[in-house]
Ligand binder design. Sequence first.
Ligand code: SAM
Length: 163
Amino acid sequence: MSRLDSYIRRMQAQKLCLDRAAQLIGTRPGPILELGFGNGRTYDHLRELFPGRKIYVFDRQINPHPDCVPPTDMVRLGDARETLPRFLEGAPEPAVLIHTDIGTGDKTASLRLAQDLAPTIARLLAPGGLVAGDQPLPDDGLEPLPLPEGVKVGRYHFYRRRA
Ligand SMILES: C[S@@+](CC[C@H](N)C(=O)[O-])C[C@H]1O[C@@H](n2cnc3c(N)ncnc32)[C@H](O)[C@@H]1O
């Protein structure tokens, strides 16, 4: 498969999973965490799906499109291995959804990063809260959910925090 095809399928999977998360969450309260802001494409989609919700943004650096600059007080800059546990220490309101899009070209490093972050991600979620992500998140507190129709197994990952 060409890199273009692979990219398109990843974007489709991402959108389908976020759309499905929005259906499942409905009006359940709670903030959203966006891990891997990049230039804010998925952040913008989350804003559209969840109007008026708090969306916290985590990245080493952000490069926002002018149409989707997040409020400064919602941005946590730095390595997520440091910013995420620090955020948790502040006893935040439990998240209803965490979206992780932290993959880089280095597959091994991306898997390792997700593995390192998984326990903190599980603790940041409200019971029943959802996580959709580009990497597997191995943690006993996270129950894998079926992927939306049209998303190939392994292309995206979808979990619910166990009660
Ligand atoms: C694929 S991009 C995210 C794309 C974004 N979701 C969008 O739609 O524009 C991956 C992002 O993960 C971030 N990232 C990778 N490793 C990270 C780490 N250890 N801590 C924080 N951010 C990281 C990168 O800086 C990059 O912006």
